[in-house]
Design a protein around this ligand. Structure first.
Ligand code: SF4
Length: 278
């Protein structure tokens, strides 16, 4: 039985950086440090951090002993960072630098008097953060529906995980209204590369094992992609969920993982499958 692990499996640059920051802070054994929401969508990593004293909270007023807050990769809205600072709480900023760049461009467009258009999901925390940096007449679009009427001077920024095809569609709609368009292509290609490699792998193997949190959007996206192709697909959070019968008669097994899956969990899954395969 041949086992292939995707090169793009596991932490992306931004997640690796955020997790490193959180564990570094944990090693300092400071009291009253929390993460605003789970640092990443991986229950095992969140549990390890909890054991080291860093617990996620949803509301900054929920804890009286709060001294510092670690901000996750998606970033937070401007008003919230002001609110956190106003209660005397330190911000340990683990926002991904690519997201920071998109926030910076949204602010720049506002200052240069552009109507800001954000391509992204309205309810996504990254987009909520971006909106706070943009002009009051900011518009959120998804690239599927035609754009409503725009002003003549339009500036576009993009949620980092959006596909490039969606940006092309938004541009072709915007051109119908605007006389001047400024575009900051803030798409991070980490997700696109992971999807591409996963698809290529899924077409070559008999069984695909997708590793990562069941609450992780990008891991479930990988599992859905594999499931849509004619390959047996299993989505597991840890090696303990793997069953021997899944690999009966299989010659090639592919393993991929979402951006929030740590290396040690991928390794355990690989070893478990290797053991089953003899
Ligand atoms: S997917 Fe890209 S933008 Fe998002 S956290 Fe990872 S590196 Fe940063």
């Amino acid at each position: 039985m041949k086992i292939i692990v995707a090169k793009t499996a596991g932490f992306c640059f931004g997640v690796k950086r955020a997790v490193n920051i959180a564990f570094r802070v944990a090693r300092e054994k400071r009291k009253g440090v929390y993460t605003l929401g789970p640092i990443i969508h991986n229950p095992q990593v969140v549990e390890r951090l909890k054991e080291k004293g860093i617990v996620p909270i949803e509301d900054i007023k929920a804890k009286k002993d709060i001294k510092a807050l670690i901000i996750r990769t998606h970033g937070i809205p401007l008003y919230l960072s002001k609110e956190i600072s106003s209660i005397g709480c330190e911000i340990i900023d683990a926002t991904c630098p690519f997201v920071k760049k998109a926030q910076y461009y949204a602010k720049l467009l506002r200052e240069e008097d552009y109507q800001v258009v954000i391509l992204g999901e309205k309810e996504h925390p990254e987009v909520k953060g971006l909106m706070s940096y943009a002009s009051d007449d900011v518009m959120i679009v998804d690239g599927k529906k035609p754009l409503p009427r725009l002003k003549s001077k339009v500036g576009i920024v993009v949620q980092t995980t959006q596909p490039v095809e969606a940006l092309k569609k938004v541009l072709s709609h915007a051109i119908e209204y605007a006389k001047e368009i400024k575009v900051y292509n803030t798409i991070c290609n980490s997700t696109a590369l992971r999807l591409k490699e996963t698809e290529e792998m899924a077409r070559k193997v008999d069984v695909m094992v997708v590793v990562g949190g069941k609450n992780s959007a990008n891991t479930t996206q990988l599992a859905r992609l594999c499931g849509s192709l004619s390959v047996s697909t299993y989505h597991v959070e840890t090696s303990s969920e793997i069953e021997d019968g899944w690999f009966k008669g299989a010659k090639k097994i592919g393993i991929t993982a979402g951006a929030s899956t740590p290396d040690w969990i991928i390794k355990e899954v690989e070893e478990r499958i290797r053991y089953i395969g003899g």
